[in-house]
Write a protein that binds this ligand. Structure first.
Ligand SMILES: NC(=O)c1ccc[n+]([C@@H]2O[C@H](COP(=O)([O-])OP(=O)(O)OC[C@H]3O[C@@H](n4cnc5c(N)ncnc54)[C@H](O)[C@@H]3O)[C@@H](O)[C@H]2O)c1
Ligand SMILES: O=C(O)C(=O)C[C@]1(C(=O)O)C=C[C@@H](O)C=C1
Length: 296
């Protein structure tokens, strides 16, 4: 990068993702000359100020957006269209709107009615996160070597705006891929949304069992169950929104999962060793290929 990518970057919702972007941008002065953070929660603003994550911190997202060259919305997916509707009319001509939402179809369709021809929109979803939330949870290396999936609507973005948002994510340490909105939602349903659904459900099942058996089931949870509890500790608002806003793809992938789980259950019931072993070997292969690609 030669000059700064943009003069002013405005992050709306400096929680886990937004504050990680700000931290990384702070470390790379070439990215933006001025950082503004806006959050509707005064306590979040106070904490972002204490942490020194931005040059200016405000509860007034509209004014913050009016001063920015890039406006990045980092709030739960259900709230993105309303925030976009509020800030778009105030944005400078040529300024870029982006967001980091985990679902795409409902967000893109929700934002579309408020778009202006002179404000390109480039949604970008970083495939990185943790089970923690809020400005204290963020860290500058969160996006290092992770994918960031861009889903620019052809009629609402420009090649220059896409190139700028790609460069921003490269500066975050991420690799970028441009993809179709619905394709994104199906992929994320199977690699992110259904795994979370399973984690929430298995915790519920174990907890109910503990009540039924009047026994300390959870006290004996070894690492297999504990691995599930990490993602089950994620934020309820964020995940409620993801499930409701990617409903179709989540239900479609859950059906496929049910059918595969049924096949394995059948094999167990029939003592079909070959099918059981084939299923476990497939899991092993996937884990090994992720490790080889440094994604696990
Ligand atoms: N957590 C992850 O692992 C992860 C990964 C990739 C993408 N995402 C997506 O990023 C977005 C943010 O997730 P997060 O984990 O950083 O959440 P977070 O809860 O840590 O932060 C969200 C922030 O948005 C603020 N906010 C909520 N509604 C608002 C509104 N209407 N106006 C202004 N501020 C508002 C909250 O006060 C909070 O500070 C979500 O859309 C999520 O789907 C999350
Ligand atoms: O690692 C985690 O804790 C996450 O939940 C991160 C995770 C994921 O499922 O991989 C969650 C939601 C996102 O949209 C992207 C990343």
């Amino acid at each position: 990068m030669t000059g700064p990518l943009c003069h002013t970057l405005c992050v709306i919702g400096p929680g886990l993702i937004g504050s990680s972007v700000l931290r990384r941008a702070r470390q790379r002065p070439g990215l933006a000359t001025r950082l503004i953070a806006a959050d509707r929660d005064e306590a979040v603003c106070a904490r972002v100020r204490e942490l020194g994550l931005a040059d200016e911190v405000t509860t007034d997202a509209v004014r913050a957006a009016s001063e920015a060259d890039i406006v990045m919305i980092c709030v739960p997916v259900g709230a993105i269209p309303a925030v976009a509707a509020a800030v778009i009319p105030a944005m400078k001509p040529g300024a870029i709107l982006t967001d980091v939402g985990s679902t795409r179809r409902s967000v893109v369709d929700g934002v579309r009615p408020f778009l202006r021809p002179d404000v390109p929109y480039v949604p970008a979803h970083p495939m990185a996160g943790t089970e923690h939330s809020g400005p204290d949870a963020g860290f500058a290396t969160l996006f290092e070597d992770r994918w960031c999936l861009l889903t620019p609507p052809e009629d609402a973005s420009t090649p220059e705006a896409v190139a700028t948002i790609e460069a921003l994510w490269h500066a975050m340490g991420a690799r970028t891929r441009i993809m179709d909105v619905d394709h994104h939602d199906k992929i994320c349903a199977i690699v992110s949304h259904v795994p979370h659904l399973l984690a929430f459900s298995i915790c519920q099942t174990a907890d109910s069992l503990a009540t039924d058996l009047r026994s300390e089931v959870l006290d004996f949870a070894a690492s297999g169950f504990r691995d599930f509890t990490r993602i089950a500790a994620s934020d309820p608002t964020m995940w409620r929104d993801i499930f409701l806003h990617n409903r179709e793809a989540v239900l479609e992938m859950l059906d496929r999962f049910r059918s595969d789980a049924e096949t394995l259950a059948q094999a167990i019931s029939e003592g079909d060793e070959a099918t059981i072993v084939a299923s476990i070997e497939r899991g092993r292969r996937i884990r090994r290929s992720l490790i080889e690609n440094r994604q696990a």
